[in-house]
Write a protein that binds this ligand. Structure first.
Ligand SMILES: C[S@@+](CC[C@H](N)C(=O)[O-])C[C@H]1O[C@@H](n2cnc3c(N)ncnc32)[C@H](O)[C@@H]1O
Ligand SMILES: [Zn+2]
Length: 291
């Protein structure tokens, strides 16, 4: 499948971000999507489409450099293990479901979505992100993945009950919208860092720590959004990280917005010079909630 055919495979799930009407190629086969009220959205050369209603100007989202740092970080053993764990959680929830739609809300590079699609042979994937660099990457992450640019803080430009599973991996919350777009008995998989996550890097690299009650906040928000059954697993491990691994893990996150790349590299070098190898903890909660 090309990015365009992957987009065509999820078109019925998309909605106009202005009027919430259905959208289709207008005229059929063209690279413009439109709704019956005349709102129009160009499909980019790279295969994604921006479905923005005009209220999202000024919000920051991941830059091209952050996306390439993320792609490298997510290829290292700890993040590969986490991608496998997420994919396994989704695959066991989807069971025998035919051509399920898996939505990755705040998809970044699309690597988590690709891992899910690898484990779910006939699933279709849709990555959603405010960053066009993320959407570009996600549209190419897997032959069955499509991608849209959309603002998850606004009503999602997606049909009610269109998705079988939604992922929210280190991503903005929006559990009410996740519930609306999930079919009855659909699954939301939320991945959040534990207080221990990357603890060896927090101070030396000037990263933001994780609040002790982060997971309680997630559970409260899920309950407020009406999710019933919730199960929680933890993925925790320690690995020896190289200086590049450290730089990428910091450069893919919010620190990249306020620290120059050279300053990040200096700090990582100082950390790596102190010891022959830096052992780093990854620790996350994988929360599976059913609608
Ligand atoms: C910490 S990254 C996580 C990306 C990916 N899920 C992963 O774990 O590799 C958060 C992602 O959310 C996106 N994002 C931030 N604000 C957003 C918004 N309002 N709507 C949609 N996506 C947003 C960013 O561009 C970024 O790709
Ligand atoms: Zn419209």
């Amino acid at each position: 499948m090309t990015p365009r055919t992957a987009l065509d495979a999820v078109l019925t799930a998309l909605r106009c971000p202005v009027c919430a009407g259905p959208i289709a190629a207008t005229p059929p086969g063209s690279s413009v999507l439109g709704c019956p009220q005349g709102h129009r959205f160009d499909i980019a050369r790279q295969g994604y489409v921006a479905l923005l209603g005009g209220r999202s100007a000024g919000l920051s989202s991941d830059t091209a450099d952050m996306i390439s740092a993320r792609r490298a970080a997510l290829s290292t053993p700890p993040y590969r293990a986490l991608r496998e764990a997420v994919a396994h959680a989704v695959a066991s929830e989807l069971g025998e479901c035919s051509e399920p739609l898996v939505l990755d809300a705040g998809c970044g590079t699309g690597q988590y979505l690709a891992s899910v699609l690898d484990q779910c042979a006939d699933a279709r994937g849709l990555g959603v992100d405010l960053s066009k660099y993320a959407a570009r990457s996600a549209a190419r992450c897997h032959s069955r993945a499509a991608a849209i640019v959309a603002d998850l803080w606004q009503p999602w430009p997606l049909a009610d009950a269109c998705a079988d599973a939604v992922l929210a991996v280190f991503a903005p919350r929006g559990y009410e919208e996740a519930r609306r777009v999930l079919r009855d008995d659909g699954t939301l998989v939320v991945v959040t860092p534990r207080a221990d996550h990357l603890r060896e890097l927090i101070d030396p690299m000037g990263m933001l720590g994780v609040a002790d009650d982060k997971h309680d906040q997630v559970l409260a928000a899920l309950s407020a959004a009406g999710f019933g059954s919730v199960t929680v697993g933890t993925v925790q491990r320690s690995d020896e990280w190289s200086c590049d691994d450290i730089v990428n893990a910091v450069a893919m996150g919010p620190s990249a917005f306020h620290t120059a790349p050279e300053a990040l590299r200096e700090r990582a070098r100082a950390l790596c010079d102190r010891a022959p190898a830096v052992t780093v903890t990854t620790a996350v909660d994988v929360t599976v909630a059913r609608s």
